[in-house]
Structure formats: C-alpha cells, structure tokens
Design a protein around this ligand. Structure first.
Ligand code: ATP
Length: 361
C-alpha cells in the first residue's frame, strides 16, 4: 500500500501585520512536487510579503511553513534561509556582473563551476545558453540573462523555487516564449514552484494551481479552468477578463432583466444581484424587421440593442451595445472581423450556463 507523501510546500494560516494592518491574513495552501502555483492578485495585496516569509527573509506573526512535511518555521522555530533548500528568482535578482555565465550558474554549488561541470553544462544546454558559457552578464540580452538566472536558481536542485514577477523586465514579445521554456524546464526538474504575478494571463499560462489573493487573503484557489469558469465573486470574474454586469432585484428567488428571468437561489427578496457575463459569451443575432430569436431555456429572452461602436482588435472584434429598453451598456466580442455601423439594431442573448449570479455587495 502506498503512503501518501506530504505536500512539497505547505503554508498554514500565515498572518503578517505592519503597523496593525494585516497584509497577509490567514493564508493557507499546499503545493506538490512538480506543481507550479501562481500567487495572483493586484498590486499591494500581500503576494511578495507571503513569498518573503516563505523565503525566510521576513517573519510571520502567526502560522507555520512545512517542506516535505518538516517544519521549517513557525513563530518559535526558524531554519535560516540558506538551509531551507528553497531557491529564489526575483525580478531584481541580478546576475553577478563580475562572474561569467558558468560561474554565475555554479554560484550556489559546493566546489564552484569546476566541481560541477556536468550539472552546469546540463542546465545551460536546457536554457539554450551553452554557447555563452564564458560570456559576462553585460554581454547578454535581457532574455538571455533571465535564462541564466533560471539555471542558477535551479542548479542546487532546490525542493521549492520561489519566483517573484520573474518575467516583468522582459520585452512583451519575448515573454510568452520564455514562459513556455521556463515551464518545460521546471516540469523536468520536478521542483515545486510558487510564482508571484499580478498578470492573469501569466497565471493562466503557467499555473497548475492559482491562488487568487485580495487584501491579504486567498479568496479562491484551484486550477485555472475553475477560476475562470466558476469565479467566487464579481471581482474574481473581472480579474480574468472584461465583464458585463447587469444589476437586478430579486423576487421569489428569481430576478427579472431585459433578458428574462434568472435564478438567484438563497438571495433574500428585495436584495440586488449582479449578473456577470464575459463579452465572448454574449450571443448576437440579426434583426429581422424588428423581430429577434424566440426565447430558449439555454439563452433566455433576446433583448433588442443598438450598436454604439465596433472596433477591430486583431484576433477579434469588440462591439459596444446599448439595449433599447433601459439603455444598458453591454460589450460583446466575436472572433475575426465584424464591424456593424453605429446605430445598427441587433438582438442580444445571455447564455444561462455562462452567466454568474452574485449577491450585490
Ligand atoms: N516592511 C514593510 N513595512 C510596512 N508595510 C509594508 C512592508 N512591506 C510591505 N508592506 C505593505 O504591505 C502591503 C503588501 O505588500 P506586498 O509587497 O506584499 O504586495 P504585493 O501584492 O506583492 O504588491 P506588488 O505586486 O506591488 O509587489 C502593501 O500595502 C505594502 O505597502
């Protein structure tokens, strides 16, 4: 019978306050070996503070951190940062300018580069930097320096790798390529990764597990699919794309809108709900002499709307509408080129399975 391994990194009830304000508030999560977890949230929500506590350069007020089931720090006991087998790759964690690439990569290894030629060569090969073994950092591009920094962080085979906005200094066009290469190497090394980012696109691309953080708390955690398709609240939905929001009042667990009725179970009568839908899930139909499509269970009632403006964005077109009843502004995106002139009457429907209904706060 196989015994279940403890998670590679486990953070339990971590709390940290500065001047009486909790910037990390009861944060808990677990990351398995080989898993990439992204701590995602807006600027100032406490991501970097969480990371610094795990790294051992800041101390929590409450909570525990375990690596492979072993306590590495609580409020009484603390293993120093250099003995945690935790690697770091921070955005401003520059390479040593006076050392060539090979020696930068070997920096954390006992015996330096000569004693670790095989490991250094293997990593530089993986990050496609073998021809630059003897180059100095100033001779490399930003993307190349980033690759060397990754090889350096992984060289000592850390059990956990912490990455704070590692790609933010790079040219936008380079980023996706480097993200993909980095991910492939991280997966091969099998380390557990905790990556801090404020970019949902980056988290969706890199993460096995997204930890969505707001005001010091983790408000939702799960696979990218779950966060995108089953957000816990309006802000969580809006973090991943633009959203349309319809506000409506609840009567008898139902709420009426120009698009028909929506179920709002558990919401008291008289209170308001937000109906949230992403622009790509708004269905558009043509106007046939003032007539639109018949209501369906899947799409509800169609509402007549007028085009306010349409713009071509490259991969898709964005069409802004205003409903004829109530003048509600709604945005729809469709793949390719679709640019109806302003004023064109059309019909809109909200796919019921794609709408999120949240009590209004
Ligand atoms: N040493 C400190 N003393 C006082 N306040 C601090 C300290 N470190 C962080 N803070 C505050 O704690 C909050 C969280 O900061 P933190 O750097 O963890 O956020 P973040 O989510 O990483 O943001 P960013 O993406 O901008 O780096 C911020 O309001 C910050 O000003």
């Amino acid at each position: 019978m196989s015994v279940k391994q403890p998670p590679r990194l486990e953070v339990q009830n971590l709390t940290r306050a500065f001047e009486g304000r909790r910037v990390v508030d009861d944060v808990s999560f677990a990351i398995e070996a080989g898993q990439v977890a992204c701590l995602l949230g807006p600027s100032g929500c406490g991501k970097s503070t969480t990371l610094r506590i795990v790294a051992g350069v800041d101390m929590q007020d409450a909570g525990r951190i375990l690596v492979d089931g072993q306590l590495i720090c609580d409020t009484q006991f603390r293993i120093p940062p250099e003995r945690r087998a935790i690697g770091l790759m921070f955005q401003d964690f520059a390479l040593f300018p006076h050392l060539p690439v090979a020696e930068n990569v070997a920096f954390g290894l006992t015996g330096g580069w000569r004693a670790n030629r095989t490991r250094v060569a293997e990593l530089l090969d993986r990050v496609k930097m073998s021809p630059h073994l003897e180059s100095y950092p100033h001779e490399l591009s930003g993307g190349e320096q980033q690759r060397v920094a990754l090889a350096r962080a992984l060289a000592p085979r850390p059990r956990v790798l912490l990455m704070d906005e590692p790609f933010s200094g790079l040219d936008e066009r380079l980023r996706d390529g480097i993200r993909d290469e980095t991910l492939a190497l991280l997966k091969d090394e099998g380390t557990a990764v905790l990556l801090v980012t404020h970019e949902p696109h980056e988290a969706m691309r890199m993460a096995d597990l997204i930890l969505l953080m707001r005001d010091g708390r983790i408000v939702q955690q799960g696979a990218p699919y779950n966060l995108y398709n089953a957000p816990v609240d309006r802000q969580a939905a809006a973090f991943f794309s633009d959203v349309n929001v319809l506000t409506a009042r609840v009567e008898g667990a139902l709420t009426g809108t120009p698009f028909g009725q929506f179920l709002a179970p558990g919401v008291p009568d008289g209170s308001e709900v937000d109906i949230v839908i992403r622009p790509q899930h708004l269905k558009i139909d043509f106007d046939r002499a003032g007539q639109g499509p018949a209501p369906t269970a899947e799409n509800g009632t169609a509402a007549r709307a007028r085009v306010v403006r349409a713009r071509y964005l490259g991969r898709e077109s964005l069409i802004e509408f205003a409903t004829m009843e109530g003048g509600i502004g709604l945005n729809a995106t469709v793949p390719g080129v679709f640019l109806p002139p302003p004023g064109t009457p059309m019909w809109l429907m909200l796919r019921r399975d794609r709408c999120f209904v949240f009590p209004r706060r």
